[in-house]
Design a protein around this ligand. Structure first.
Ligand code: ADP
Length: 311
């Protein structure tokens, strides 16, 4: 379990992490989600003892990283897949790591197998593709068979097969009862990988919730309905207890009922419809709205657009 309490990191006058309180529970994948510059890497670096908090603390199983007797056996991390000596083979890289941490040499073969690098283990890491480097980084993280794993943007730049592999691996590590914290700036990726979400922006927690609850709250579908007599239609739907908002193009947005119900309420009132569509809110859009004020370098975001269900 990872516990952050009042965790703060300042660089000069700028605050990268601003009083974070969070508990990352074992047995599930926790997505650490935020736009670039939100403070995700800084938080992870502090969990790994690579940066010192300006205030507060972050512990793994109750201890600061520096106080862990055998860190690699307790915490594994993939922060930067490029952080490997280019002239070393994967096997040499992992063997050095294992020997310097009191981990038996045979574990190297096990993790190479686990990440699918056995066939290329004696090639120099400098010649590896990004996907192979990621796998090597993950092999290093798994070497000590740790109960806690941190992955910083692990799917960045990977092809679909690599993304699926990492997603499946994380879910299986969590299913084994490990604590798995994975950062991403992509909500869509987290919705597929994580069970729980901690959303941060400008170093502060914006949401700490289950993925299910986030989807229910932010990605609920609604009904777009349009007819030649919008005022009467709005009144009829309002009387039926539905929440109705007028849209700029004259259509109505209805929440609280599905399309069949909305159609039947209109029919009851004798009103003709020209359009009746279920609209699925985009998850990425919900995330962008939640973090809109905390994006460090934002481009102009187009007006909320409507995506029909199934599109
Ligand atoms: P994320 O991982 O969410 O993209 P980071 O933790 O890398 O965000 O960065 C958070 C903020 O801290 C950013 O504004 C970044 O510019 C700043 N920052 C990170 N590391 C340093 C550093 N070593 N010196 C100064 N500022 C830093």
């Amino acid at each position: 379990m990872i516990v952050a309490t009042g965790l703060t990191k300042r660089y000069g006058s700028s605050v990268a992490v601003d009083g974070i309180d969070m508990v990352v529970e074992p047995g599930r994948v926790t997505g650490f989600l935020g736009p670039n510059g939100a403070g995700k890497s800084t938080t992870m670096r502090m969990a790994l003892g690579l940066d010192r908090p300006s205030a507060g603390s972050i512990t793994v199983d109750g201890r600061a990283y520096a106080d862990l007797p055998a860190p690699l056996r307790e915490v594994g991390a993939l922060l930067d897949a490029g952080a490997v000596h280019k002239g070393r083979t994967a096997r040499d890289h992992l063997t050095v790591l294992a020997l310097s941490n009191g981990i038996p040499r045979r574990r190297v073969d096990e993790v190479l197998d686990l990440v699918g690098l056995t066939g290329v283990a004696d090639r120099r890491a400098g010649g590896y593709s990004l996907g192979m480097s990621q796998r090597l980084g993950i092999a290093g993280a798994l070497l000590g068979d740790p109960g806690t794993l941190l992955f910083d943007e692990p799917v960045n730049g990977l092809d679909p097969e690599g993304i699926l592999w990492i997603r499946t691996l994380m879910r299986s590590l969590a299913a084994q009862g490990r604590t798995v914290l994975v950062s991403s700036h992509l909500m869509s990726e987290m919705a597929l990988t994580a069970d729980h979400l901690v959303v941060i922006g400008r170093g502060r927690i914006l949401a700490d919730t289950s993925v299910r609850a986030f989807l229910d709250e932010h990605a609920a579908s609604w009904v777009r309905v349009r007819g030649p007599r919008p005022a009467e239609l709005a009144a009829a739907l309002g009387t039926a207890g539905l929440e109705v908002d007028a849209l700029a193009d004259g259509a109505l947005a209805v929440r609280g009922a599905g399309a069949p119900d909305v159609g039947e309420r209109a029919a009851d009132a004798g009103l003709v419809l020209h359009e009746l569509t279920t609209v699925q809110a985009s998850l990425e859009e919900a995330f962008m709205q939640l973090t809109a004020d905390s994006v460090q370098y934002s481009a102009a975001v187009p007006d909320r657009h409507l995506v029909p269900a199934g599109a």
